[in-house]
Design a binder for this molecule. Structure first.
Ligand code: TYM
Length: 354
């Protein structure tokens, strides 16, 4: 039994300001993973058209996500940083996956239901097909590991279903090409062209919650700016938002179990832990028994210590868009070579003449 070569892939949409959830749920993990892995990080600009077609500041948004990747510490020379629209193979594989995925599978996607809202008839076809493009983003590189926040879990399960169905449906075509690999899915041996992607969702803050309501996800679309810390917030804004964050009247518990039923406390402890690269248990062993009047100032200091250098570097990078564009062009050229290799193999497996 062989294994697919480990390869990390993830993407971030260029819509709205990045916030602490994007940073802790995704970008901070991207940085850690690059130490021991081959990584591809993508600004998924084509996804940005699904909910809203016309964006006044599309180019600025693409550059700003790229700047965040670089400022957080991603090395675009050792790894690949690029924007999706410069690698048309994503869209090409997505079309094939549109023909693999079943409508019943797409109908289960909770994010589509949330984003389409009540007037589903008016949602774009792109919003509906979004998870199929997301599967193509990953599988056009035959990537194996995908660091994301908890909200993307269902989309990654769909990517596995699409990969599995492709592998099964084309089994007899994959075997003669010699391009498949014998893997195990559970106990089942499967001859696979596409790997079963592993989501990397662990860590103390897989789902960062709103600072105003610990039961709601921190999100760019929340009308209250006090609900989130934006990566471009200055130190005063960070301090103010944490000071005003909702809490309960009790002291922090000494054990993780004591956070049950206390969503705001759980969220702030998770944020502290993720920023400090510690577990929640370690944070509570330090702060258990303390009031929020002690914990919040410590969290403010830590958040500023971690985020301020990133914000400063992002601002510096944004002053030189030519440099950012050059990074994206170089990354896209390298990504295209890899993606085209997969597409040639997929064309051969399907039987397209080339
Ligand atoms: P997007 O752009 O909405 O978010 C980017 C990343 O941030 C994570 N995230 C969070 N993590 C923790 N707590 C939160 N409150 C929070 N909010 C957002 C998201 O889980 C994500 O990891 N569909 C994806 C983009 C995408 C993609 C891909 C990801 C397109 N193709 C292929 C991985 C692989 C999205 O809309 O993420």
């Amino acid at each position: 039994m062989t294994e697919f070569k480990p390869l990390v892939f993830s993407g971030v949409q260029p819509t709205g300001n990045l916030h602490l959830g994007n940073y802790l749920g995704a970008i901070r993990k991207f940085v850690a993973l690059q130490e021991n892995n081959d990584c591809i990080y993508c600004v998924v600009d084509m996804h940005a058209l699904t909910a809203q077609l016309v964006h006044e500041d599309m180019a600025t948004q693409i550059r700003s996500i790229t700047a965040a990747f670089l400022a957080a510490g991603i090395d675009p020379e050792k790894h690949i940083v690029f924007n999706q629209s410069q690698v048309p193979q994503h869209a090409e594989l997505a079309w094939i996956f549109n023909c693999v995925a079943r409508i019943g599978w797409m109908n289960r996607m909770t994010q589509f239901k949330d984003k389409a809202g009540k007037d589903r008839e008016q949602a774009s076809l792109g919003l509906y097909a979004y998870p199929s493009l997301m599967a193509a983003d990953i599988l056009v590189y035959r990537a194996t590991h995908v660091p994301v926040g908890d909200d993307q879990k269902q989309h990654l399960e769909l990517a596995r279903d699409i990969a599995m169905k492709f592998n099964m449906d084309f089994h007899d075509k994959i075997v003669p090409t010699g391009l498949g690999i014998d893997i195990k899915v559970g106990e089942e041996p499967v001859h696979a062209y596409f790997p079963m992607v592993e989501p990397l969702i662990d860590g103390p803050a897989p789902r960062v919650m709103s600072l105003k309501d610990g039961t709601k996800k921190m999100s760019k679309s929340d009308p209250s700016d006090l609900s989130r810390i934006n990566l471009m917030d200055d130190q005063d804004a960070i301090a103010k938002k944490i000071r005003k964050a909702k809490t309960d009247p009790d002291a922090l518990p000494s054990e993780v179990d004591g956070l049950k039923g206390r969503p705001e406390a759980d969220n702030l402890v998770g944020i502290f832990a993720a920023l400090a690269d510690k577990s929640k248990a370690e944070v509570l062993s330090e702060f258990g028994g303390q009031q929020f009047s002690v914990f919040k100032p410590a969290l403010i200091d830590l958040a500023i210590e971690v985020l301020a250098p990133i914000t400063t570097e992002m601002r510096r990078l944004m002053e030189d868009p030519g440099h950012i564009d050059a990074v994206l062009r170089d990354g896209s050229a390298r990504a295209r070579v890899r993606a085209e290799k997969t597409m040639n193999e997929v064309r051969d497996i399907i039987g397209f003449v080339r």
